[in-house]
Design a protein. Sequence first.
Length: 117
Amino acid sequence: MAEQTGAEVAPARLYRPDEVAAVLGCSAWWVKDRARRRQIPFARVGRAYRFTAAHLAEIIRLHEERPTVAARPPSPGAQLAAAPARRSSAPGSGASSGRLRARPPRRSDRAAFDTAA
């Protein structure tokens, strides 16, 4: 029997951008654009972008959102202090009613723009 000097290792599976996009729930264009800008890890085979499972895990880790403050139960007094004060919108008061009003068009005088034919 012949002895093997080195252990054979299977090559890593390479994923195409559309396969990565399906896993991430985004478009293949987004994946290729981020790779082109060097914002996500990738391997280049010829002119094509390819991704390993390790690349995919790193992409997920890079775009993971972490809480900025430790979560703790709010105290009962904090809810009352955090509630915004309501404005009184009585008619005639200087406060706005919160409704938007359309502004008149800039070219309201159409006669200035008419041409004589």
